[in-house]
Design a protein around this ligand. Structure first.
Ligand SMILES: *[C@@H]1O[C@H](CO)[C@@H](O)[C@H](O)[C@H]1NC(C)=O
Ligand SMILES: *[C@@H]1O[C@H](CO)[C@@H](O)[C@H](O)[C@H]1NC(C)=O
Length: 401
């Protein structure tokens, strides 16, 4: 839209004018598209009449075919003629609000909208009536079309209280329309990227602000025995800020902590092999879930998002560092046994690598995973050291992992 308006206006307007006009057009389009404006309380507008000639009416006509320039002028005129609330900006428009979000200081605070959501809206009707329910939870799956049957089964385990977001790493998105739920899902397609790459780019905490819990899941999970609403009620009950469902015994299991137990609703610690845990409150014996099926509270995600590195796409090592985001971690991180999943271990991303130097594609991917883990750990250690040095404090002895 910006590009079209820009070219339609030509070079004669300066930047400020362009912004004003863009805003103005947006307002008017807003009236066109949704608000039943005869009931609107705005009745007098002191808009500079010099604005009008620079609006490219042809553009509006193209974009919203059926709405003629004539109709546009009609609405604009009626907005101008009406009397009532006066609509004026401070004389010199000298607004500077330091407490606004960075970059938005020139705006009056009441118009600043710093957070968003992933709610789908309609192109018509009243905005206030767009949403029948506002989902309070978000589930994302990073998927390839080959896994569609598994994802179809999985998505059906999430009620209408969930926003559904699929990240497609194989470029195939329209094929998913065969599933009824696909219409209400959000599809993000970027070739050959990883879950954490997508998460860093598309799951900014300010965008996910309305969601109490955020599921960031792999595509190879079996959810036959899983109920998402019940999972959330257990997470709430046990005060888990970061959690994952237990993994059934037939899963590809790496750690004792994430193995499902039969006698509890939730567990928060585990016994590992001798010498694996320097401290029973630390990973992998506690304060630990894996990166395949994590669930974050809103606050925990706000922290974790900031820890994700832009270049470390596999997220290895992140599981050991999640505890940095909640306190006390060994109480607020746990595994839900009563709602569990099967980890089917489909090596999907390995196939997305590239064979080179005599190594198979999956070998290159695995090598990068390991290297990223080491890099992440090094960065964390250095960051701690810099902080400690600058603040003149002693490291807490027990968290030196
Ligand atoms: C969705 O959330 C509402 C409010 O928490 C709840 O009453 C309802 O049962 C939930 N829907 C399902 C299918 O669980
Ligand atoms: C860390 O350990 C050393 C030696 O055991 C001890 O002297 C020091 O007080 C400890 N520091 C903290 C913050 O616990």
């Amino acid at each position: 839209m910006g590009r079209n308006i820009h070219s339609g206006m030509g070079r004669r307007s300066n930047e400020t004018m362009r912004l004003t006009v863009t805003t103005f057009i947006s307002v008017v389009i807003g009236f066109f598209l949704g608000v039943s404006f005869p009931t609107m309380p705005i009745t007098k507008m002191n808009l500079p009449s010099t604005l009008l000639p620079s609006i490219d009416l042809g553009y509006i006509e193209d974009k919203y075919s059926g709405l003629s320039s004539q109709a546009f002028l009609h609405i604009w005129n009626s907005l101008r003629r009406n009397k009532g609330i006066s609509f004026h900006e401070p004389e010199d428009a000298k607004i500077w609000v330091p407490t606004n979000p960075r970059g938005a200081e020139r705006l009056p605070p009441d118009i600043v909208t710093p957070e968003s959501d992933l709610y789908l809206r309609r192109l018509y009707g009243k905005p206030s009536e767009d949403l029948i329910i506002k989902p309070r939870y978000l589930v994302t799956f990073t998927v390839g079309y080959e896994q569609r049957d598994n994802i179809d089964k999985a998505v059906k385990k999430f009620s209408e209280n969930f926003s559904i977001l699929l990240f497609h790493y194989d470029g195939r998105t329209s094929e998913w329309n065969e599933f009824e739920w696909s219409n209400r899902a959000i599809h993000v397609s970027v070739l050959k990227q990883t879950k954490w790459w997508y998460a860093k780019r598309f799951l900014h905490p300010d965008i996910l602000a309305p969601y109490d819990y955020i599921f960031i899941w792999d595509e190879d999970l079996g959810l036959e025995d899983f109920d998402a609403e019940r999972y959330i009620s257990l997470v709430r009950k046990h005060g888990l800020e970061i959690s994952q469902p237990g993994l059934s015994a037939d899963s590809g299991l790496t750690w004792q902590m994430t193995r499902k137990r039969d006698d509890t609703e939730v567990h928060k610690d585990a016994e590992e092999r001798d010498g694996w845990c320097s401290d029973p409150h630390l990973p992998p014996c506690a304060a630990f879930v894996e990166i395949m099926a994590p669930v974050f509270s809103r606050n925990a995600w706000r922290c974790v998002w900031h820890m994700i590195q832009n270049d470390l796409v596999h997220g290895w090592g992140l599981d050991f560092a999640l505890r940095r985001c909640v306190e006390p971690a060994h109480e607020k991180i746990g595994v839900v046994d009563a709602q569990w999943v099967v980890h089917q271990t489909v090596p999907s991303l390995g196939n997305q690598g590239k064979a080179e130097n005599g190594k198979a594609a999956w070998e290159g991917v695995r090598e990068r995973c390991n290297n990223e883990w080491a890099t992440f750990q090094t960065r964390m250690t250095l960051a701690d050291q810099v902080y400690i040095k600058e603040n003149g404090i002693h490291p807490i002895n027990s968290t030196s992992s």
